[in-house]
Design a protein around this ligand. Structure first.
Ligand SMILES: *Cc1c(COP(=O)(O)O)cnc(C)c1O
Length: 379
């Protein structure tokens, strides 16, 4: 961090606790400085315990976990994979890594996640062409649970297996059950800006023991059981380091606290920015949903204010406060030009009107006052 940035408020910086260093220290003392070791096993156990998933494979990133997860679901060259347009590019890149094509679907206005009606239209249209997408990636954006009941029912009706991209949703629940455990495969990210971090890292969870074994095999260069180096399948170097898993163990102890704090930050902003004209909060929890509120997100209604999200972002920047536009929909990205898209008005409007506010769980109330008064000052 540059020295003039000492008072900069970041969007979602890492927030370490007191035990990460103990796990790191022990790993170095015991010479477990490798992508194997007791922290790695322990981190996977911690994730299983928290989520209730039977198996967990810790990986170098959430993107790697999506890549392996799609391969487990049999995605290959020429296949189609259903995917929300309103998400980070890392959700869809692994579709392209495998030589498959994304079919994008719009969001619904409440949770901002995949719209079950649009999904049904898309799958019906595919069916009429005699095609069945190989998988559906369901994202819980900003930690908000998607309409799981409805989406899972549609996916089941058309026989499409679900990969849950819960990269932003560790600690969120639906009907009491942790997100990431509803699909055939679930994915978490421990990147530096997520609710918990290992600096970089990810995890794949599944209840299928053969799949977990296969993911581990592919993640460690797919070495056949032979005394020499023999390879029958294509592998990757995707296993998480035992050092970083140690940071992860310390972080997992803090998950419930971090969710509480992020939710409190969202509520705080709601209460203190209630009277700003045209400023609204979202997304909303679906029935049975409990969000981790990874980032507090707002929308500016152009019918009620002339202030645009970009003006507000620049204004906050003059106060040394970082804010960010919402994810730019993937069907509007040059990278995916020409990909099929069902709907699009909902996520395009969210992108045009939205902004993410600083939401780090280490923020103090005086940090929050600083953001709120800077926001109010822009209007
Ligand atoms: C962060 C993120 C990913 C990718 O995770 P990495 O660990 O950064 O590779 C995937 N999907 C979504 C929705 C994310 O926010």
């Amino acid at each position: 961090m540059r020295s003039q940035d000492y008072d900069r408020l970041y969007l979602s910086p890492p927030h370490l606790g007191r035990h990460e260093l103990n796990y790191l220290h022990k790993a170095i003392e015991d010479n477990w400085v490798a992508p194997a070791g007791p922290n790695l096993d322990g981190f996977e156990r911690d994730i299983c315990e928290f989520t209730g998933a039977r198996h967990c494979v810790a990986l170098t990133s959430g993107t790697a976990a999506i890549h392996l997860g799609l391969r487990l679901l049999g995605v290959g060259p020429g296949d189609e994979v259903m995917c929300p347009s309103f998400t980070f590019v890392a959700t869809a890149n692994p579709i392209a890594y495998l030589g498959a094509t994304p079919v994008f679907v719009d969001s619904e206005a409440d949770t901002w996640n995949l719209c079950p009606e649009r999904l049904r239209e898309a799958l019906q249209a595919r069916q009429q062409q005699g095609r069945r997408p190989k998988a559906l990636i369901l994202v819980h954006l900003y930690g908000m649970p998607a309409r799981l009941r409805e989406v899972l029912a549609v996916a089941e009706e058309f026989g499409v297996p679900v990969l849950e991209d819960a990269a932003e949703a560790l600690g969120s629940r639906y009907e009491g059950r942790p997100l990431g455990t509803f699909g055939a495969v679930g994915v978490f990210s421990f990147n530096g800006n997520k609710i918990l971090t290992t600096s970089g890292g990810g995890a794949l969870v599944t209840d299928n023991p053969q799949w977990a074994q296969k993911a581990r095999f592919w993640a460690t260069q797919a070495k056949d059981p032979a005394p020499y180096y023999q390879h029958s399948e294509l592998g990757y170097n995707y296993r998480l380091s035992n050092l970083l898993a140690g940071i992860g163990r310390g972080q997992m102890e803090l998950l419930e606290d971090r969710v509480k704090r992020r939710r409190a930050i969202y509520t705080w902003y709601q209460e203190h920015l209630r009277d700003v004209p045209g400023l609204r909060f979202g997304p909303a929890e679906p029935a049975g949903g409990h969000a981790n509120r990874w980032l507090t997100t707002i929308l500016l209604d152009p019918a009620e204010t002339t202030v645009t999200p970009e003006q507000l972002r620049q204004h906050l920047e003059t106060h040394n406060i970082e804010s960010r536009p919402l994810w730019k929909p993937l069907h509007l990205q040059p990278l995916f030009a020409g990909a099929p898209m069902f709907g699009g008005e909902v996520c395009a409007a969210l992108f045009a009107r939205g902004l993410c506010l600083p939401s780090g769980s280490a923020m103090t109330d005086s940090d929050l006052y600083r953001v709120a008064s800077a926001v109010t000052g822009a209007f």
